[in-house]
Structures are given as C-alpha cells and as structure tokens.
Design a protein around this ligand. Structure first.
Ligand code: PDD
Length: 280
C-alpha cells in the first residue's frame, strides 16, 4: 500500500512515526474519513471545511488543507482504486514534541500528516436488512463537534455493542439520544425524521447533511430536534448515518424491534436517493 506521510508518498512499511509525536502521546490531533465512489471523492469540500474547523478549534496551524484533496486523489490512483469504491483516512497531529508536556509550544512544531486509501464497500446484507443497536451512556467529553483523535469512549462503546451482537452503540446524554459511536442517529416519529440538533454534543456529520437535504428534496418532514430515549419505543424507523455506514436501517434497539423490525419506507427512500447522489 502506498501511503502519504509528511509531504511524501511511500510504501506503508517505510513510514517512521516518532514516539514523541503528540498524536501517540496525547491523541492530540484530528482526522477525516472520506469516501470515493468510482474514483471520485464524495463531498471533499465539506471534509476540508470540517477539518479546517477542527484544526482551528484545537489550535493546530500550518496544515495546507487545500492540498488534502490532491493527496487523497493521488492515493486513490497510486493504489489502483480509480474504478472502485474506496475510503480515504487523513490524520493530522500536532507533531513531535521534545519532552512530554501537556502544554504545547506551537512555534517549534510542525504537524504530522498521514493518509491512506483502501477499497471499501458497505456490507450489502446489513444495508438491506438493517442492524441492531444498543443504548449506552454518552460518557464522551462535551466537544463532540470536533473530530478529535481521542476516541476511547467511542471504541469501548462500539466494542461492547459488537460483543452483544449489535452493530452500533447509540449514546444517550441526560435522557437525550445524541449519536452513535461512529455515526449520527435519526428516528422517524409520527412520520417526521428527527435528528439531534447541531452543537457540541454531536459531530456535524457530512452524511447527516446529505440526508437532511434529501429530506427537503423529497418532501420528507424533518427537524433537527432532540429525541428522548423514552421516545425510542414509539419510533417507526431508526437509522444510523456515516461515511462508512451510509444510511443503515436500525431494526432493533436493545431487545425491542423498531417498527415492524424491517427497514421502513422513509429509510428505503433515503437509501435509494443516496445511491443516486453518490452515482451508484
Ligand atoms: N465516523 N458521529 C461520529 C462520532 C463519527 O465518528 C462519525 C464519522 C459520524 C458521521 O460523520 P460523517 O457522515 O461525516 O462520516 C458521526 C467516521 C467515519 C469514523 O470515525 O470512522
């Protein structure tokens, strides 16, 4: 695999990352996961805007965000993914510090940039039949709007979900459903699609933005509005959204069926429309 590391393309085995890198020591950095469909990057502009904001919020400067698009494109070509669906991972850390110290001195550091691409497709069966999710307390920090590298709470929640036979953990904070461990969440209640409002308790997902605009286009009633955990029992449909999840029906939450236990009409309509948007 040919990857990108600090200005150069090279075989993955040749990458040397310092143990003093603040990404390794503190998870001090940010990342993006981007899809490409038939060699074409999906919503790259939105990913660039989001990583610029994350970088600004965590006070990492000196990254040429504009160049990330050509890096992603070149990774697709170098790894012969032009005719396939793929996923590109880009990570930026604050860089290498002399000694481990919480505070950083921005002057004498340059960010570490690492990126790779690999072939990727959504598992067709899960997409068609839906998946199970489990509810878990949202124990993450309160800046979930930043796509930070510190994902331990997400990792542990998803692991627990997988160990209980579920695909995703759905977080609840103060009785309100926020999002999944690596997805946004929406539910259809009384025919209206609801998803947690933008803010510091969720990641502003790019798939979520696409879905909200599809709702508008298709005249599906929708609102960014809190969903209470207690309302989940009445949800007609639920779905999780994300770059590596697309629109995945959630047909079971904990031990309870969602709606009929099959993907509902709103979900299916959105899935079809999403396929058109990505050109598949
Ligand atoms: N996850 N919420 C969280 C916590 C996420 O980590 C993600 C993305 C999303 C969906 O955002 P988007 O539609 O922009 O992918 C929501 C990525 C894919 C990951 O960590 O692998």
């Amino acid at each position: 695999m040919i990857v990108y590391f600090n200005g150069r393309f090279m075989p993955k085995e040749e990458v040397k990352i310092s143990p003093d890198d603040r990404g390794f020591l503190f998870a001090d950095g940010t990342y993006e996961v981007i899809r490409s469909y038939n060699g074409k990057l999906f919503r790259m502009e939105d990913h660039k805007i989001r990583i610029s904001r994350s970088l600004e919020q965590i006070r990492i400067s000196g990254v040429n965000v504009g160049s990330l698009e050509s890096i992603a494109d070149k990774l697709i070509k170098e790894n012969h993914l032009e005719d396939k669906d793929a996923s590109v991972y880009i990570q930026v850390t604050r860089g290498v510090a002399g000694i481990r110290s919480h505070a950083f001195s921005a002057e004498n550091m340059s960010p570490t940039v690492y990126a790779y691409a690999h072939g990727f497709q959504i598992p067709a069966e899960k997409w068609a039949k839906g998946v199970k999710a489990v509810i878990m307390p949202d124990i993450r920090w309160s800046r979930c709007d930043i796509k930070g590298l510190g994902l331990q709470a997400n990792v542990l929640a998803n692991q627990q979900a997988k160990e209980s036979g579920a695909e995703e953990a759905i977080f609840v904070r103060n009785g309100v459903v926020t999002e999944g461990s690596h997805t946004n969440f929406c539910a259809v209640l009384n025919g209206e699609l609801l998803t947690h409002p933008d803010g510091n308790y969720i990641l502003p997902g790019i798939t979520r933005t696409v879905v909200l605009s599809l709702c508008k286009k298709l005249n599906i009633p929708h609102r960014e509005y809190p969903i209470f955990e207690s309302q989940l029992n009445d949800a007609e449909e639920c779905m999780i959204l994300g770059t590596t999840t697309e629109i995945m029906p959630v047909v079971q939450i904990n031990d309870r069926k969602v709606g009929t236990g099959k993907p509902g009409p709103v979900t299916v309509k959105l899935q079809q429309a999403f396929q058109e948007v990505v050109g598949n």
